[in-house]
Ligand binder design. Structure first.
Ligand SMILES: Nc1nc2c(ncn2[C@@H]2O[C@H](COP(=O)(O)OP(=O)(O)OP(=O)(O)O)[C@@H](O)[C@H]2O)c(=O)[nH]1
Ligand SMILES: [Mg+2]
Length: 216
């Protein structure tokens, strides 16, 4: 029996060009007085639900734009649009993440002076989105209790590159015997100081604390 592990390096230039475009986006957001948030996470972890719940709570106070990254549909953008929030859909085709240039192209016809906040839902997976800066204020990774206990340990780079970890679907934790302390300790193992928030985007539990820390 053999047990091999191979580590592959992706070419650094790809990330270098993206970092430049991300810096331009950041400048643009700063000039327009916009705070932008990149919401990352696996398929089904609750990214759209979190954005919907945040929009419900914040839309009276801020002018919000939601940018949805998805391979093929407008489903998530439409869910958020149903809350009366403006949306831009980016269909990436085959790409498993958004990058800074895609975001710039998608916002080219948008008058950014009309917005205060941009919530960007990245393409659903825990791997690619973490590698690409978009020029946002914060990268937030959403993990949930229904993805199994090892998401953070299996994808340490995502938590490492994020500014905040949101543990979602805490309303389901007890029913499935989820060990929350173990997940938080996995996060701490990767980054001892990253903020961790436990929320239910469905019931609203924990969302006010999250909004408070985001200073919104
Ligand atoms: N019980 C419970 N269900 C939730 C919560 N958040 C999301 N869900 C449900 O989980 C499912 C997936 O949520 P989405 O918001 O679509 O997940 P997503 O991360 O946007 O998924 P993709 O865009 O497909 O990657 C939906 O049925 C949601 O209603 C939560 O906090 N608690
Ligand atoms: Mg979604």
């Amino acid at each position: 029996m053999t047990e091999r592990t191979v580590t592959i390096d992706v070419h650094k230039d790809l990330f270098g060009a993206n970092e430049e475009a991300a810096a331009e986006n950041a400048e643009l957001f700063s000039q327009s007085g916009i705070q932008a948030f990149d919401i990352m996470g696996s398929v089904g972890t609750g990214k759209t639900q979190l954005i919907e719940s945040l929009c419900e709570r914040l839309k009276g106070k801020f002018r919000i734009l939601m940018v949805a990254g998805d391979l093929a549909t407008r489903i998530d953008a439409d869910r958020v649009a149903a809350h009366g929030v403006d949306t831009v859909q980016i269909n990436t085709g085959t790409a498993c993440h958004l990058d800074a240039r895609m975001l710039r192209v998608a916002l080219a016809d948008v008058d950014l002076s009309e917005y205060d906040l941009i919530f960007i839902e990245n393409v659903g997976n825990l791997i690619c989105p973490a590698g690409y800066s978009l020029g946002v204020e914060k990268k937030i990774v959403v993990v949930s209790v229904t993805e199994g206990p090892y998401m953070v340990r299996k994808h340490p780079l995502t938590s490492k590159r994020a500014d905040m970890v949101v543990i979602n679907k805490i309303d389901l934790a007890e029913a499935i015997g989820f060990d929350m302390d173990a997940l938080v300790s996995d996060v701490r193992e990767v980054d001892a100081s990253i903020p961790v928030f436990k929320v239910s985007s469905k019931t609203g539990e924990g969302l006010n604390d999250l909004i408070g820390v985001l200073e919104l």
